[in-house]
Design a protein around this ligand. Structure first.
Ligand code: EPU
Length: 337
């Protein structure tokens, strides 16, 4: 592990950013000594994985730590379920592919989500009716005070829609070092997403398996979501807002084709992409940024945008959605610094 000064930070939104100090960790055992180093003790610390869910505004003060610990293994079998463990530095999609190769099902709906395994619990990644929380067993995170490891149960992680303990209760206090998930030998396909269900049912018998489902998820994602390598973005830029039933009903009267999903507690989750499209932002570009033409919820960087430009544009979108629907959109990616 080496400390580098003024290191450029990779991020899928393609924003210009750097870290005052930067260190990649290959071995979590190096963390306590690093944190005890007198030149590091008083620096602000930021943990950053592959930079797929952040808006970077400028040079990050202090030390940016990049977990690069590798490894995936089956810890044990519990009947028809396997407990697997993955180190934080692996790419999420590499884990999905590995699990399918082991003959394990459960992660196929989460195929192709950019980012690292260590970042996945922070925002409780989700897609096509499955969230990380559904497959989660436990994780190990190290305190950024002293590097000491601690195990977190699902309850302690406080998972919610695109949210967790690490995102909103104690942000910046922990480095997730490994994650354990519980997967199935036999596929129980999650087909609540209508488009996925119809495509899956249409597959020939021999492809109706976890790998077949992954292929469908990959092609659905590729048809809607821009590849960050070609058109920089951070996936959905806003969360789908949840509103009380009364507000949903009054909106639905004004907009009969409002896209919304009833929640267990009687509230409604509105499709932010629909709100943004209706407010006229789909495919609209202002300067270097815009909302994607195929998926209005994805903010894209067309050229050399800065973090400030991205946030100013997001504010315009947020304001016009608020004026039109009286719904305030909450940003999904984390803003740093
Ligand atoms: N819609 C529009 N116009 C648009 C986009 C969407 O009208 O331009 C409406 C349509 O009615 C559509 C509905 O919104 O049926 C939902 O759209 P979509 O299926 O594309 O999903 P989403 O709600 O926009 C969420 C997640 C995605 C995830 C997909 C699939 C959030 C914030 N986003 O998007 O996650 O891949 O569902 O499950 O919950 C991410 O978090 O970065 C992400 C990409």
């Amino acid at each position: 592990m080496t400390l580098r000064g003024h290191a450029a930070l990779v991020n899928t939104l393609g924003l210009p950013a750097s870290a005052q100090w930067y260190a990649a960790l290959d071995d979590i055992a190096q963390l306590p000594a690093l944190l005890a180093n007198p030149s590091v003790t008083n620096l602000p610390l930021t943990v950053l994985g592959e930079g797929s869910n952040v808006v970077l505004r400028a040079e990050l003060p202090g030390l940016v730590l990049r977990p690069q610990m590798r490894g995936m293994r089956i810890v044990e079998w519990r009947g028809s379920q396997a407990l697997i463990e993955c180190q934080a530095g692996e790419s999420w999609d590499a884990l999905v592919q590995w699990s399918l190769k082991q003959g394990l099902a459960g992660l196929e709906n989460l195929s192709l989500i950019p980012g690292s395994v260590g970042a996945a619990p922070v925002q409780n990644i989700g897609a096509y009716g499955v969230e990380l929380a559904d497959r989660f067993d436990s994780l190990i995170a190290c305190s950024l005070q002293n590097g000491k490891p601690r195990s977190f149960s699902p309850q302690e992680c406080a998972f919610a829609y695109r949210d967790s303990f690490f995102k909103s209760v104690e942000p910046g206090a922990w480095m997730i070092s490994s994650v354990r998930l519980l997967l199935d030998r036999d596929l129980a396909p999650v087909l609540g997403y209508a488009d996925l269900a119809s495509r899956y049912q249409a597959l020939p018998d021999e492809q109706r398996n976890a790998t077949g489902l992954r292929e469908l998820v990959c092609s659905l994602r590729r048809s809607k979501l821009p590849d960050p390598a070609l058109l920089p973005n951070a996936g959905s830029f806003f969360k789908n807002p949840v509103v009380p039933a009364e507000q949903y009903t009054s909106l639905q009267l004004r907009y009969p084709d409002l896209a919304a999903y009833p929640q267990a507690d009687g509230s409604y989750k509105l499709a932010a992409g629909w709100l943004i499209e209706r407010a006229g932002w789909k495919g609209k570009r202002v300067g270097n940024v815009g909302m994607h033409a195929q998926q209005a919820l994805v903010l894209v960087n067309y050229a050399e945008a800065t973090g400030a430009e991205v946030l100013a544009f997001a504010d315009l979108v947020r304001q016009s959605v608020a004026e039109m629907f009286d719904v305030v959109l909450e940003q999904e990616p984390i803003i740093l610094p």
